[in-house]
Design a protein around this ligand. Structure first.
Ligand code: URA
Length: 434
């Protein structure tokens, strides 16, 4: 077998065999296939797509290219949650302690932010003292002791995916559903959970701008999970506007704490309760999604979810005082208003621009090695459908460098579009795919 034959087969729209896919991933991981041949194959996949069997084979081959985490020491069904990314998406920080407070073990490996989104690990790292660089023993010990732990994703899982993703990034082959689905699912499967809940975002602040493609991605990932024997459900969520009120690491952590304390924005609460309810269902709890949502709401009302978050913060060496006084996480030196220059109703938000503004303020990474300023961010005062008067703040910028802050004002202002006629508010949840 040789790579040239495999490239030609895919170029000619033939279905690759399991052996051909295994050969490609194995030899590429070892450095025996050069990047120019791998990119040629990726482009052929991008253009001609893959069958369900090919996507499954590619995923499994990438899982086998690295280590597979063994969570079998932790009793109970372990459910992982993954989001395809969004702006202001603090859902993991709310859902995880709520689910853990219902007695379902939460052992979560999470990523750092890259590009215009921020990752859960960076958000948690904004809590003074908090450690996410746990080793596997400490991680598993924490879950067994208090029911919840979150650590940074191991560098050793799905090694082929890491190499291929870097290559796709520079060869115009990122936006392929078979390649995205196998990339995400290989990491989820290798992370060791028994079942997987996916939050697939769509809209102006998401990787998938269009609803049809988001639906196809979700269905492809659900099929992969189910075919490898890990029941998978996807919830399609709307990212045509930021989720909740704050965007930026420490500000989102503050909002997650406030949500657990019963002071959450309606859209954040709705998404968290629904995702949490599906996590409980996957873990074999509850009679229905409605019952599970009520149970999770009761964990907010009773303070048990917040208490679990506080226990989790202490256990991972963080200053748990911030859980009682979330204002301690608002530390930026400058709070600058972005005022509307028109009257009208918000009709559209170019949501990625808000994520990008936070990166420009220093709150995200352009390269993996970049340092992050945890405390900068944006507070979103108006959402789609809201009425706005001229001179009213539509956003506030939280900056540590006034010049950098002022430089974001115009971009942020122009990311809002207005209509003279009333505009319908948008829904957070589009669909459930299982
Ligand atoms: N996230 C991933 O992990 N992989 C992709 O291909 C795209 C987004």
């Amino acid at each position: 077998m040789n790579i040239n034959e495999i490239i030609k087969a895919k170029r000619d729209q033939k279905e690759l065999t399991t052996e051909q896919i295994n050969f490609f991933i194995h030899e590429y991981s070892l450095g025996n296939i050069p990047d120019y041949q791998a990119s040629s194959l990726l482009m052929a996949i991008y253009l001609n797509g893959m069958s369900e069997q090919e996507i499954l084979d590619l995923t499994v081959a990438m899982v086998k290219s690295g280590e597979v985490v063994d969570l079998s020491d932790i009793p109970g069904i372990k459910v992982d949650k993954h989001s395809t990314g969004g702006i202001g998406d603090k859902v993991t920080m709310v859902v995880m302690p709520l689910v853990a407070s219902c007695g379902v073990p939460v052992a979560k490996m999470s990523g750092r932010g890259l590009g215009y989104t921020q990752g859960t690990i960076d958000k948690l790292d904004s809590i003074p003292g908090f450690r996410t660089n746990l080793d596997m023993d400490e991680f598993i010990r924490n879950v067994k002791r208090i029911g919840i732990s979150i650590m940074g994703q191991s560098e050793n899982i799905a090694i082929a995916d890491k190499k291929l993703y870097a290559l796709r990034d520079v060869t115009g082959t990122v936006e392929s559903i078979p390649l995205i689905a196998s990339s995400i699912m290989s990491k989820k499967i290798a992370s060791g959970a028994d079942k997987i809940l996916l939050e697939v975002t769509y809209g102006s602040g998401a990787f998938m701008e269009n609803e049809i493609r988001a639906r196809r991605l979700a269905q492809t990932m659900v099929n992969i999970g189910n075919m490898v024997g890990k029941e998978t459900i996807a919830v399609l969520t709307n990212m045509n506007q930021p989720l909740g009120r704050f965007v930026g690491n420490s500000l989102e952590t503050k909002e997650a704490i406030d949500t657990l304390a019963g002071r959450g924005e309606k859209d954040v609460v709705n998404v968290c309760l629904l995702l949490g309810a599906y996590m409980l269902k996957l873990a074999g709890h509850g009679e229905s999604i409605t019952t599970n949502m009520k149970l999770l709401q009761s964990k907010i009302d009773s303070g048990e979810g917040l208490a679990k978050f506080k226990e989790f913060v202490s256990r991972q060496w963080g200053e748990s005082r911030v859980v009682d006084e979330s204002e301690l996480l608002v530390k930026a030196k400058y709070k600058l208003p972005v005022n509307s220059i028109v009257n009208g109703y918000v009709s559209e938000i170019e949501t990625k621009n808000i994520g990008q503004a936070v990166v420009n303020l220093g709150g995200g990474r352009l390269k993996k090695e970049d340092e992050v300023d945890y405390y900068v961010g944006v507070e979103v005062m108006k959402k789609i459908g809201d009425k706005v008067s001229m001179g009213e703040p539509i956003m506030y910028i939280y900056a540590n460098d006034e010049t950098k802050g002022l430089m974001q004002v115009e971009t942020l202002r122009s990311s809002f579009k207005f209509s003279n006629e009333p505009v319908e508010k948008s829904k957070e949840i589009l669909d459930i795919i299982d």
